[in-house]
Design a protein around this ligand. Sequence first.
Ligand SMILES: Nc1ncnc2c1ncn2[C@@H]1O[C@H](COP(=O)(O)OP(=O)(O)OP(=O)(O)O)[C@@H](O)[C@H]1O
Ligand SMILES: [Mg+2]
Length: 298
Amino acid sequence: MKATMNLEHISPLRRKLALLGDKDRINCIYKDCWINYSEVSSIRNAVRAVYEMPQKIQAQCILISGRPGMGKTSLFKKVESDMETLRKRNEDHRGYISFTLSPDPTLRSFEDSIGDSLGVPIGKIRNGLVPEALCRLAHLRRMRLVLIDEVHNLLNAGRSDQRKNLGFLRGLSSPPMSLSIIAFGVDDAAYAISSDAQLERRFQVYDLPRWKENESFRSFLAAYESMLPLRKPSELWRQEKVKMLLSASEGITDAIVKRITRGAAWSIIDGKEEIDIESLTKAADIPPYFDRVNDEGR
Ligand SMILES: Nc1ncnc2c1ncn2[C@@H]1O[C@H](COP(=O)(O)OP(=O)(O)OP(=O)(O)O)[C@@H](O)[C@H]1O
Ligand SMILES: [Mg+2]
């Protein structure tokens, strides 16, 4: 029976996963996967372009903003791996710093996060000035970029700490370091950065908008479906399913992906092998632990 299965709806490299047992397939379904849709692809290209630019007096910076759950951290991780690939490929091995801003952002937490990212302490940040040790290290490692996730946490600091933090970021993006800051955060992030006019001018802002009923969303759904090890096509891009996914998720990626993956798990548990409207409706709830389903005599 397996030999005659038509798995053309699954991307070629993942087709063999559809031959695994039910429990293994459900595990695959819940693993994070990456879909490279047009908005994220342009942002990745913009960051690559900035990384390759010659060092400028005022570094070009980028802010990626979006609602909670739109996919900023997933994109941050992808950009990190893009930078790692470029770093290895380029002869001059340009470096980067990457960290997540702590919910309690003080200059001390900047020192710790940057020190952890570089693997060496960077010294004390006094009066928001970039420490000498960090400047030397940046020069030695040919540092070009600073990637910061959760940059909206800047707003959690008191007014005077906020000013010092912004002053420090301004210092990173000014000579002698002139690092390009690539920051990711919820919509408030732009507000945090715009409170420093000099810093604001350096940022190009990209938005990850909520999903709408359009070609881009249908392609995202088709691509997601091609990653799932189900034995029948679900055609998630059909209008009825598109409308249901949008109304159940308010256009937020996290909620859409949860609906699809839970719907896929339900479709295996129910023996349907395709995500139909009923599976998507049931996907409001987490499907039961698979062994228990078996134990209960399914
Ligand atoms: N490009 C993508 N391809 C596939 N799945 C994605 C993609 N982007 C986001 N997701 C899914 O959406 C979920 C939420 O994404 P993520 O954690 O990156 O959002 P976020 O914007 O950082 O949220 P928050 O604002 O709460 O930090 C991820 O766990 C992942 O399953
Ligand atoms: Mg995040």
